[in-house]
Design a binder for this molecule. Structure first.
Ligand code: AMP
Ligand code: MG
Length: 414
């Protein structure tokens, strides 16, 4: 490239601005199997939530004004969860009630069991305590009225969404079909994990790594046979990958003599959005798209540098947001957080490159302190052991000379 490379932020903006539509919809996935999928329909309340004024405590439903005057109230009846009170609450009475049970009409508060004295068929709020109207009652429909949209299409389904869908009567939900992500490893030196490498060969670790990352990000990995470092092999592999929704190519994008991926993509008429980023690792990363013969949505592709740490970081930063958009997931990717940098601190000279260094964050460090992050010592972007010992990446901004121990730093979450 003759032009100056974009900064990490500029490259991230190009990715964020890249518009893709999610694919087709799976019309009915059993709720129990829907965790990890993306909701493709608005989820609508089939009844008010809660469906009745609901007691949040075990105790006595009452009129707040009467209870706060500390009158003894005659216990007129009892309701357990699942039952319906037999009638409205009469003046001067209280109604025994369990957590989750409907509050009888006429009552406007629930006295907690712990706050009353009960005996001889009456109950009295213990002075000096008083109770306000509405206390310990969730009003009917407070969380949503019948017909309200409670979740929008695009919401990732986790346990909370499963619970709400169940409460609203969805035994099955519409979800987006997972995008199919082709994973193409390139390199004459690669053998599969099941093979015994000769002294000059290495096992292909990127394909299984990227497959795991794709699956975790809501895609369906499609691992293609490894392509050799020659034009014919790459051309054939790229043709094979053309039916995917997203294409990830690992290796072959550096400036070396056998880095032939970019020319192969160019031969197919690729449009490049960037061919390199001012970052480390990951500088040779390529992002572009291939038009499709039938004129449908273009095939986005990423050329990820072959070194494993580079492939992992650039997947998280650039491929994951496009994959999320293709999956219909409206959440933001990549995900960053702030953490306190623990010593020892590696010093950095000004590099002009945003750096993403393998790091380990202790998220449970302390109740009143941010999480604590430390560098994982590493031997460069080929260091798989460092990658395996890390649980985040520490972001060193382009213009940072060093990061001070104890300072708040940005981390990229996996
Ligand atoms: P490249 O980006 O093709 O120049 O590769 C850079 C380095 O990453 C080389 O040392 C490769 O051996 C290594 N590498 C490339 N592809 C893979 C892969 N699929 N699995 C593990 N290491 C790889
Ligand atoms: Mg290579």
């Amino acid at each position: 490239m003759h032009t100056e490379l974009p900064s990490y932020e500029e490259a991230a903006e190009l990715v964020a601005a890249y518009a893709v539509k999610p694919g087709s919809i799976h019309p009915s996935v059993e709720l129990a199997l829907a965790a990890g999928r993306i909701l493709a329909q608005p989820l609508v309340a089939d009844r008010d939530q809660p469906p009745f004024p609901r007691s949040t405590r075990d105790g006595f439903a009452c009129r707040a004004a009467e209870a706060s005057a500390h009158m003894p109230l005659a216990i007129a009846g009892a309701t357990r969860a699942g039952a319906i009170p037999s009638g409205p609450l009469q003046a001067g009475t209280a109604w025994e009630i369990m957590t989750g049970a409907p509050v009888p009409s006429g009552a406007d508060a629930v006295l907690m069991l712990e706050h009353v004295e009960a005996g001889g068929g009456t109950v009295r709020l213990l002075p000096p305590r008083t109770v306000k109207p509405g206390e310990n009652i969730v009003a009917q429909g407070a969380q949503g009225r019948q017909g309200d949209e409670l979740m929008a299409a695009g919401t990732p389904i986790r346990f909370g969404q499963i619970a709400l869908a169940a409460a609203c009567g969805y035994a099955a939900v519409e979800v987006f079909v997972r995008p199919r992500v082709a994973i193409l490893s390139t390199g004459d030196e690669l053998v599969s994990v099941a093979s015994s490498p000769t002294p000059g060969q290495i096992r292909n670790s990127n394909a299984p790594m990227l497959a795991a990352m794709v699956a975790a990000a809501g895609g369906e990995p499609w691992v293609l046979p490894t392509a050799a470092d020659n034009a014919a092999s790459l051309d054939a592999a790229l043709v094979q990958a053309a039916t995917a929704d997203l294409l990830l190519i690992s290796g072959g994008v550096s400036a070396g003599k056998f880095d032939l991926v970019e020319p192969a993509l160019a031969r197919l008429g690729a449009r490049f959005h960037f061919t390199g980023v001012r970052m480390q690792p990951g500088k040779p990363t390529v992002f572009g798209e291939l038009a499709r013969a039938d004129g449908s949505q273009a095939l986005p592709f990423f050329g990820l540098p072959g070194n494993p740490v580079s492939s992992a970081v650039t997947f998280l930063l650039f491929a994951a947001p496009v994959l999320a958009a293709l999956a219909g997931n409206w959440e933001n990717f990549p995900r960053f957080a702030l953490a306190r940098l623990a010593p020892p601190v590696e010093r950095h000279s000004k590099s002009g490159l945003t750096r993403f260094l393998p790091a380990y964050c202790n998220f449970g460090a302390s109740a009143d302190q941010p999480p604590q992050v430390s560098f994982v010592p590493w031997h460069g972007s080929g260091d798989l052991s460092a990658l395996a010992r890390s649980n985040c990446f520490l972001v060193v901004p382009e213009d940072a000379h060093s990061l001070e121990a104890g300072s708040l730093v940005r981390i990229l979450l996996l």
